[in-house]
Design a protein around this ligand. Sequence first.
Ligand code: F6P
Length: 325
Amino acid sequence: MPKIKTIGILTSGGDSPGMNAAIRAVTRAAIANDMKVKAIYRGYDGLVNNEIKDFTTENVSNIIQRGGTILKTARSKEFTTEEGRRKAHDNMVANNIDALIVIGGNGSLTGARIFAEEYDVPCIGLPGTIDNDLNGTDLTIGYDTTLNTIMECVDKIRDTANSHERIFFVEVMGRDAGFLAQNSAIAAGAEAAIIPEDSTGADQLEMFIGHGIRKSKKSCIVLVSESPKCGAMYYAERVKREYPEYDVRVSILGHLQRGGSPSAQDRILASRLGVGAIQALTEGQRNVMIGIRNDEIVYVPFSNAVKSDKPLKKELINALAVLST
Ligand code: F6P
């Protein structure tokens, strides 16, 4: 395989805290391995529209602590078309980019997989998403920071929930995955979590009203995974109708969950995965996501990483059930 002289790096999809730490790590590890770095702005749109700039080590100084992404990000519609990907490939060639590093979530790594297959270019992915929904890695960059953000919000909500003796449904992000809701519920000592992975088929509202609220308690907090049909509003409306004795409120945390300075864990994870990405390229790896499993760096083929069925341990569901009784 010809030696990789120049890499292109981009961030894509929803931003996540720690993406900057990953950009820094990839850039510095590439330079340490005698590679040139080209920064691609606004995700795949930047590749399609040739928004590409040379990066030196100075470009990534003083960013490890910053949330968001200095490269900007987008969910590119054009890159989903053959014509868009053709333009992207032309620009890669014009900029002498031999390999692409993509930091992003499910959709972004799916894009990388298709592009790599179509044009036979080496692509390496880093799992950058708050949702923690990529397969083959225990953690994704941004997930820990977001968990902490949600936990701090719920701590605050609990003060007012207690004072007014209210039920609060707190809706959190996660796309189709319940990792954020389940684990922030455990971390914040919430009474229940309503998540998409709960496959018991039971009515989750009935379950938590039946088991989750102690007779001695009038206030409680339920974390709810976002969902177009059964989000926090849906459950609050039902409580109002079916249990009018409870005073109920909703808090939808929204995009504040994606912001903020990354936690130490996310900075370390992003740094390790960034160095791992360049190491993978030097070993001749291509079309894999760099993940972490049992504290070891692993290479996960894109097709496995983007499967939408990352298991959520049943033990977490049991733990919350036990602890909230
Ligand atoms: O994938 C990250 C994520 O924050 C999801 O949790 C959420 O569903 C989605 O992105 C929100 O996207 P947007 O910022 O485009 O509204």
